[in-house]
Design a protein around this ligand. Structure first.
Ligand code: ATP
Ligand code: MG
Length: 383
């Protein structure tokens, strides 16, 4: 943690050397004080974005965050944001929770106008003027519950009451932002307590997450703790608990196309495994990563599962592991049959692929062409 904070020091010092205020803020300071691992370091400064861009050689800006510049220093990225409302004090007072409103200077001193440190000690999430904070950005209500899950804090009474009366405002927030917080909520150590608060405050009704209801909240509560698994596995577990299938509803979460595809493949392979054991063709079709994840998920769900060792042995038995391994190409087939290219090429290739996987054809160009010839004449005799 010290090392991560020290990485940011040159960035702070450079801003200070040019006469600007610069502080580390938000989650990094909170996690440092709690002795938790820090993931990213956010910096707040009196310098304007254009100035930040001229001071540092490597900067990036994001379209939707005009006050934030990403500074690359020594292979690390820092989000440097101009102080909102023109002073550090008012920037801190406008943040979501008191425990996120503590600033750390390069000399190690803390600025803590809302006494976030006392709330850290008491493990309480509190907002300064909660009604104002929650209504100016209703996503903060869900963030509150996600921080409970993550940090194991309780909600201050006034904040809790505010969330209860304002919960419905969450429905107007962008689903992408909601999904990010919901995912972190599910990954937190104190997930089940947080899910109960989601229920009690009725926030779950306004999350826009398909099929999130009293019944599926119970399903989510039965999941083992998922924090250590991959995003693909976690989203598959969530989708299963919510009863989402591989089609429409999953898509409405607006995860990236790649992630949606990976989750869909795992859901398909899971339903296959409900009814069958793995065989060579099924394993080849699903791919090794997907099959492994399916077995991990089955194990987590207390269902019978293949050991990863057995799965690996079966994978190693496959004559080929992808189409690219076939020792014959479409061009070979076109030359051999002396026919116009067309959909028939793909059809035969697919057939060859299956036969090679099942060990019914040897993966060799001439052997494959011979086998096709034998089949061809057999078919002719039969018709
Ligand atoms: P994590 O450890 O999960 O990254 P974090 O506290 O760093 O938690 P981020 O979402 O990364 O949370 O945001 C960084 C900081 O920016 C927060 O600590 C908070 O001070 C501020 N912040 C972020 N989102 C909001 C918001 N919607 N409203 C107010 N402040 C926010
Ligand atoms: Mg953060």
């Amino acid at each position: 943690n010290k090392a991560i904070i020290q990485r940011a020091t040159p960035v702070l010092e450079k801003l200070e050397a040019h006469g600007f205020r610069a502080h580390i803020v938000g989650g990094a300071v909170r996690d440092l004080l709690m002795g938790r691992p820090i993931d990213d370091v956010d910096i707040v400064t009196s310098a304007k974005p254009v100035v930040i861009c001229t001071l540092f050689p490597k900067t990036f800006t994001m379209n939707n965050q005009h006050e934030t510049v990403i500074v690359r220093h020594d292979h690390h990225l820092f989000e440097v944001t101009t102080e909102r409302n023109g002073s550090l004090q008012s920037d801190l007072m406008a943040r979501d929770f008191t425990v996120n409103s503590i600033a750390l200077k390069s000399d190690g001193s803390l600025l803590d106008p809302l006494n976030g440190q006392a709330d850290l000690d008491d493990k309480v999430l509190r907002s300064y003027q909660p009604m104002k904070r929650m209504t100016e950005d209703p996503l903060r209500m869900l963030r509150a519950v996600r921080f409970m899950s993550d940090l194991g804090f309780s909600l201050d009474r006034e904040l809790m009451n505010t969330i209860k009366t304002e919960a419905s405002k969450l429905q107007y927030m962008a689903i992408e932002r909601i999904v990010k917080e919901f995912y972190k909520l599910i990954c937190g150590k104190h997930r089940n307590e947080a899910l109960e608060i989601l229920r009690e405050t009725k926030l779950y009704q306004y999350c826009q997450i398909p099929s999130l209801n009293n019944e599926t909240i119970n399903k989510l509560k039965q999941l083992p703790s998922v924090g250590v698994y991959s995003e693909e596995i976690i989203w598959t577990l969530i989708s299963k608990s919510l009863g989402l299938d591989e089609t429409g509803p999953l898509k409405s979460l607006l995860l990236s196309n790649q992630l949606t595809k990976e989750v869909r493949n795992r859901l398909l392979a899971l339903s296959y495994r409900e009814k069958n054991d793995w065989d060579l063709l099924a394993l080849y079709t699903a791919s090794r990563d997907v099959a492994e994840d399916v077995e991990v998920i089955r194990q987590l769900s207390c269902q019978s599962y293949f050991s990863l060792k057995d799965l690996k042995a079966m994978w190693n038995d496959l004559p080929i592991t992808s189409k690219k391994d076939l020792n014959i190409t479409g061009t070979d087939l076109i030359a051999h049959f002396q026919k116009e290219p067309g959909p028939w090429v793909k059809d035969i290739l697919q057939f060859i692929e299956q036969e090679v996987v099942l060990g019914r054809m040897v993966n060799d160009k001439h052997e494959i062409l011979d086998a096709l010839k034998v089949r061809g004449s057999k078919n002719e005799r039969e018709t």
